[in-house]
Write a protein that binds this ligand. Structure first.
Ligand code: ADP
Ligand code: ADP
Ligand code: ZN
Length: 220
């Protein structure tokens, strides 16, 4: 039994499968998912000051400010119960966020153990994202072609029959998000590489195959 929490980053462009894989790690290993995208969508839905500030930026596919997202991550880490570790999903996305994350973890006696990059073919991402939807009640992710609920129209996790599509999952916003990823997020990889933290997983494989590859990295 490991006592130190296993804190990891899932890194990859929009649609790479970060949320899908985080969900498996949460149910299979008792880890906690920290998705800044989910936190921001909750803030928008609740109409908080952060949500009001972030809404238009998110709809356009641009990045919300580093201060806002790093603040959300710090709060969430402090509020979460003891867990097997944190999965950072969609954070950090810029150099300043990567620096902030190191400080946030160090202040709490924690440190990153792995940065797992999901490598994907960009042409596939638009199809993945435009086919994506999720359960309106529990947030479980699905896809029109690649991951349908076993019982059509009914969430496998909670039984709800209501589903949502994200307003930014349209082709134009997706192209902007990919450009943001290339310009601002991909450049943080060499920094983690220099620290020996990066492992690469083929994100074009079947969902279960990707999960197995991630599991093997965490167990080694
Ligand atoms: P991200 O969190 O990286 O933006 P998601 O996990 O939401 O990506 O995945 C985007 C969409 O692609 C979802 O609809 C998901 O069901 C689907 N998906 C995820 N991983 C795979 C995979 N390996 N093969 C095919 N479809 C996938
Ligand atoms: P995806 O993985 O599909 O790109 P996310 O759910 O992670 O989407 O993020 C949705 C949107 O929320 C982003 O396009 C961006 O506007 C905002 N966002 C999420 N996380 C961050 C972050 N770490 N830094 C800046 N903006 C973010
Ligand atoms: Zn559900």
């Amino acid at each position: 039994m490991k006592t130190v929490p296993l804190d990891i980053i899932l890194l990859g462009p929009p649609g790479a499968g970060k949320g899908t894989q985080a969900s498996t790690l949460v149910s299979g290993r008792g880890m906690v998912q920290l998705s800044t995208g989910d936190m921001l969508r909750t803030a928008v839905r609740d109409g908080t000051p952060t949500g009001l500030q972030a809404q238009a930026v998110m709809a356009a596919g641009e990045l919300v400010s580093d201060e806002i997202v790093s603040g959300l991550i710090g709060e969430k880490l402090d509020s979460m119960a003891h867990s097997a570790g944190a999965i950072f999903d969609g954070y950090p996305r810029t150099r300043p966020q990567a620096i902030a994350l190191d400080a946030i973890l160090a202040q709490r006696g924690r440190a990153l153990r792995h940065v797992i990059e999901l490598t994907v073919d960009e042409d596939a991402l638009v199809e993945r994202i435009t086919g994506r939807y999720s359960c309106a009640q529990c947030g479980e992710g699905y896809h029109d072609r690649f991951r349908q609920p076993r019982l059509a129209g009914t969430c496998e996790r909670c039984g709800s029959t209501q589903f949502l599509r994200r307003p930014d999952d349209n082709e134009q916003a997706v192209r902007t998000r990919m450009a943001e990823y290339r310009a601002k997020t991909a450049p943080i990889l060499p920094v983690y590489e220099a620290r020996g933290l990066v492992s690469r997983v083929d994100g074009m494989a079947e969902i279960a195959t990707v999960s197995a590859a991630i599991g093997a990295i965490l167990d080694r």
